[in-house]
Design a protein around this ligand. Structure first.
Ligand code: CUA
Length: 318
């Protein structure tokens, strides 16, 4: 299985919107460019005419002003028609883009994404749950159902799909597709509270075969090698209140905080706020409120020994 870290990050240009990586995102990018060109042409035309008038008649006495035109039917029909045609053209382009970018959902969603303050829960139809990373096979249209657990959020991976609101009690659907293997960055694009900016997500696209290997890895209960510290950490995980909010090993009953079954194989923690390294995990456990003020995880005032043990345990959750 290819770990996400070793896949290329795909946004090469300055704007992810202008580097689409799926037919859906291509349609949106083309519409954006076409609309911008039409608007720029109109702006330049109007600005040029206004500029010409300003310069041409700057010092002219009022007697030298051109004759005023009133009630000219030809002129009025011309500009009404011209504006209507521009609007009709933009309408046709928009409907065409919508048909490609947002086809009607059909069948059952393969992935359910639930937005929380401030992280993403990702539930797969295969029966496991992850967080802040969505894994998809390349070259396939994957139907996502987008929900929210608390307030309104907005799901957006600009290179792959349109933006879609995550609304409590009102699931929305969106198709996700990536034609090339790689990592695609996304995030929440609707202000949802103090840590809105730290609600990032990552779409990891692998070749279909690699993706299948990844799924069977997620379904396995195998762990990395255990040490004495990790064993103490596991005990602490159960005795401290960690288990009240985090589930591990396919137990999907607790959903206050991210599922940690394969925590160590994820790239970031806190929805992008820290890199998922040994040091990052320790900093997070020591005081989550310092790293991400307002997040649901309180400071448990763990001793540095407990922090080390818990970090060692979390490291075994490959
Ligand atoms: Cu969630 Cu902004």
């Amino acid at each position: 299985m290819v770990p996400p870290q070793s896949l290329p990050t795909v946004p090469p240009s300055f704007s992810p919107v202008l580097s689409p990586a799926s037919p859906q995102a291509h349609a949106l990018c083309d519409l954006f460019v076409a609309t911008s060109v039409v608007c720029a042409a109109i702006f330049l035309l109007v600005a040029a005419l206004v500029g010409w008038c300003l310069i041409r008649f700057r010092t002219a006495p009022s007697s030298a002003l051109p004759r005023q035109v009133e009630g000219n039917a030809t002129l009025e029909v011309t500009w009404t028609l011209a504006t209507t045609l521009v609007l009709v053209l933009l309408f046709i382009l928009t409907v065409g883009a919508m048909r490609i970018a947002d086809p009607a959902p059909k069948g059952r969603a393969e992935v359910v994404v639930v937005a929380h303050q401030w992280w993403w829960e990702v539930r797969y139809a295969d029966g496991f749950t992850s967080a802040n990373e969505i894994d998809i096979p390349t070259g396939a249209d994957v139907l996502l159902r987008v929900e929210a657990a608390d307030v309104v959020h907005s799901f957006w991976v600009p290179q792959l799909a349109r933006k879609v609101d995550a609304i409590p009690g009102h699931p929305n659907h969106v198709w996700l597709r990536a034609d090339e293997a790689g990592r695609y960055l996304g995030g929440c694009s609707e202000f949802c509270g103090a840590q809105h900016a730290w609600m990032r997500l990552l779409v990891v696209a692998r070749e279909p075969e690699q993706h299948r290997a990844w799924i069977s890895r997620q379904l396995s209960l195998e762990r990395g090698p255990t040490t004495a510290a990790a064993a103490r950490g596991e005990r602490a995980f159960r005795e401290k209140t960690c288990v009240n909010c985090h589930s591990i090993h396919l137990d999907q009953s607790v959903r206050v905080g991210p599922d940690l079954s394969h925590f160590a194989s994820r790239e970031t923690l806190g929805a992008g706020v820290l890199e998922n390294t040994d040091d990052g995990v320790r900093r997070w456990l020591t005081d989550p409120q310092k790293i991400k003020p307002g997040c649901r995880m309180p400071n448990f005032h763990l001793t540095s020994r407990e922090v080390q043990d818990l970090a060692a345990f979390l490291g075994t959750l490959q």
